[in-house]
Ligand binder design. Structure first.
Ligand SMILES: [Zn+2]
Length: 487
């Protein structure tokens, strides 16, 4: 991190006003005295900054290509008659936004562990590492920094809570897949709110070492929640470990149509509301990371229903956060993604450009994801079974020839020109494109620069183009955490 200290006097409110560039958010309550340890904020480049952010809310849609953001907006406009919450922020000019370079230390194509690490510690690490250099040096994370500054801390996700993005905000680990160890490290670090899937990494019967981490967390005073009802009954005080599924939460589309999921598993907006209600009780504010984690999985699998409905849910979560910050000027909200993935988009697929929109509208009638379709098919499946399963999920059938191609892929004999597209899931995504106009580049991450949007105190520092590691500095400065960070 760059040295933030200098001998310049702290600028006065009058100085801020004289510049004429003071953001409207700085004009509310709070004054200019809210500084950690009474230290003046003194660098020249901060002269135009408003008050410190008491709270930071970091929203991540994992693996969201620009086309995913666009399609969720199209979807809302065409079926709900309104823009997505994310795009409306742009329409209304309420956010600073630009592009962000998410490269890892060793690659322009980044994974979620290196991406989250770049934000959380201000360091680029090699892919798969979590806030740790190749020689084992641990980089202090933003969640620990916030915790040590007296802030409440939280991680909320639709993936396993031990997955790369949440772990990347608060853990040091040589390898992201060490999820039993990540679960144990969460306990050591004592964060206040942990919510998502991943019960298997806390359960004595499922952990490699047989440790009863659920019991350990209870011993530490945590509420351990494992169902929708547990979450509803939680009194929003104390600490909580919520693991609502063994692995990831179901895709939104499957959750909507499968009764047992609806009964058992809370969704991201509900988890977010509960987390914010608890975290906001802390006098010194909070830092929370909230992830729509399965957008990435939908992209990896070229699963249009999985992708779009989860992105729409993420967009609903943005709404909950905007409702939370409405009328207050003490919360920095960051909305972004960690990398592109598979770069989907609505293509001109029919006989003419205007055929694409009605094709895309078919997504609104989907009942289940492609993941659901493939979960019950294998090398023995007949083309009749394949066609029936697809029709149940999408509301329309595919041709016998297309079913035969998928049958070949299930048997491992299908060969696409681009090798990765020989797999059943990517082939199914390509067949789906014949009907929905949503087509895909590949089944994996891209090096594309990503969308970064922010509002609230500190967001003024977001420029048109941001290096991922600079976002760490933006947050540390905004929340006045310099004296707790390794500077
Ligand atoms: Zn991924």
């Amino acid at each position: 991190m760059t040295d933030l200290s200098s001998d310049l006097p702290a600028p006065s409110r009058r100085d801020f006003l004289k510049t004429g560039t003071l953001s409207a958010v700085a004009l509310g309550a709070g004054g200019m005295t809210n500084r950690a340890n009474g230290q003046p904020r003194t660098t020249v480049d901060r002269v135009e900054e408003p008050d410190a952010a008491k709270n930071v809310i970091f929203l991540v849609s994992d693996g969201m290509s620009a086309g995913t953001l666009t399609m969720a907006d199209h979807f809302r406009r065409r079926h709900e008659g309104r823009a997505s919450n994310w795009i409306r922020l742009y329409e209304e000019g309420r956010v600073r936004h630009g592009l962000m370079d998410m490269a890892a230390a060793n690659s322009s194509v980044t994974g979620s562990a290196a991406a989250a690490s770049s934000w959380a510690s201000g360091r680029r690490v090699v892919n798969e590492a979590v806030n740790m250099s190749e020689d084992g040096t641990e980089y202090r994370t933003i969640l620990e920094i916030a915790r040590d500054a007296g802030k409440a801390t939280g991680l909320v996700t639709t993936t396993r809570i031990t997955h790369a993005t949440p772990a990347g905000f608060g853990v040091n680990m040589p390898e992201r897949w060490m999820e039993d160890e990540i679960a144990a490290q969460y306990r050591e670090r004592g964060y206040d709110v942990l919510m998502g899937g991943g019960a298997r990494h806390f359960d004595a019967d499922r952990r490699e070492d047989g440790r009863d981490l659920f019991g350990n967390f209870r011993d530490d005073g945590y509420t351990v929640a494992q169902s929708n009802r547990d979450l509803a009954q939680w009194d929003r005080t104390g600490k909580i470990l919520g693991t609502f599924t063994e692995s990831h939460l179901p895709y939104v589309l499957d959750h909507t149509h499968i009764q047992k999921h609806r009964t058992q598993v809370p969704r991201l907006p509900a988890m977010t509301e509960a987390a914010l209600a608890r975290l906001d009780k802390n006098d010194d504010g909070f830092f929370v990371q909230i992830e729509g984690g399965r957008v990435d999985h939908g992209a990896h699998a070229n699963d249009t229903g999985g992708l779009i409905y989860d992105q729409v849910e993420f967009d609903d979560t943005i709404r909950r956060v905007l409702d939370f910050v409405d009328g207050r000027d003490d919360t920095l909200v960051i909305i972004t993604t960690d990398h592109g993935n598979a770069n989907p988009g609505v293509n001109a697929t029919g006989d003419h450009y205007s055929a694409s929109d009605p094709m895309f509208d078919r997504v609104a009638d989907f009942q289940y994801t492609n993941d659901w379709i493939l979960s019950d098919l294998d090398a023995e499946s007949t083309t009749r079974q394949i066609r029936d399963r697809v029709e149940t999920a999408w509301g329309f059938g595919i041709s016998r020839e297309e079913a035969g191609m998928l049958q070949d892929a299930l048997r491992g004999t299908y060969r696409a020109a681009y090798k990765k597209k020989s797999e059943p899931d990517l082939l199914l995504g390509a067949l789906q494109a014949n009907y929905t106009a949503v087509n895909w580049l590949s089944g994996d991450h891209t090096s594309d620069y990503v969308e970064l949007a922010a509002l609230g105190p500190g967001s003024e520092a977001i420029g048109d183009f941001t290096r991922n590691t600079d976002l760490f500095d933006v947050m540390v400065r905004a929340a006045n955490l310099e004296s707790y960070a390794d500077v």
